[in-house]
Design a protein around this ligand. Structure first.
Ligand SMILES: [Zn+2]
Length: 126
C-alpha cells in the first residue's frame, strides 16, 4: 500500500511526518484529525469505517486534546473505536457532547461563556 494522499477520515490534506520499516509504518498529520500512524501492511479496510469515518476523526482529535500519543491505527483498532460506547453515534449523543464541551469551557457553574462559532465547537458535531 502506498502512502495516503488524503486523510481517510475527513478527506482533508495530510502530510507525511515519518516513514519507518521500509515505509511500512507511516506517521501522518491531518489539520483536522491531528496525528496518526498507519501500518501500511495490510493497510486499512475502508469498508469497516467508510460510513462512520467521522467517529474515527473525532476520536483522534479527542486523543490529541488529551495530549495522548498518536495512535497506530489498524483495522482491529478502528473496529474497537467504532464499537465503543464512549463516542457519539446518534444526534442526541452529539448534542450531549456539545453541551458537555460547553460545560468544559465554563470556569464556574453559572458563568457566562461565548458561543461564537469556533473550530473546536464545530468539530464536536462531526
Ligand atoms: Zn483528517
Amino acid at each position: 500500500m502506498e502512502p495516503l494522499r488524503s486523510c481517510p477520515f475527513c478527506g482533508g490534506n495530510i502530510d507525511i511526518k515519518e516513514m519507518k520499516d521500509y515505509e511500512s509504518i507511516v506517521s501522518y498529520h491531518c489539520d483536522r484529525c491531528t496525528d496518526f500512524i498507519i501500518n501500511t501492511w495490510p493497510g486499512l479496510d475502508r469498508t469497516i469505517f467508510d460510513q462512520r469515518r467521522h467517529i474515527v476523526s473525532g476520536y483522534l482529535r479527542s486523543r490529541s486534546e488529551n495530549k495522548l500519543a498518536p495512535l497506530t491505527l489498524t483495522n482491529e483498532i478502528i473496529q474497537e473505536i467504532l464499537s465503543s460506547a464512549l463516542f457519539p453515534k446518534s444526534a442526541v449523543d452529539k448534542m450531549n457532547k456539545i453541551v458537555s464541551h460547553i460545560g468544559d469551557q465554563s470556569r464556574i457553574p453559572g458563568s457566562r461563556i461565548s458561543l461564537e462559532p469556533s473550530k473546536r465547537l464545530h468539530d464536536c458535531v462531526r
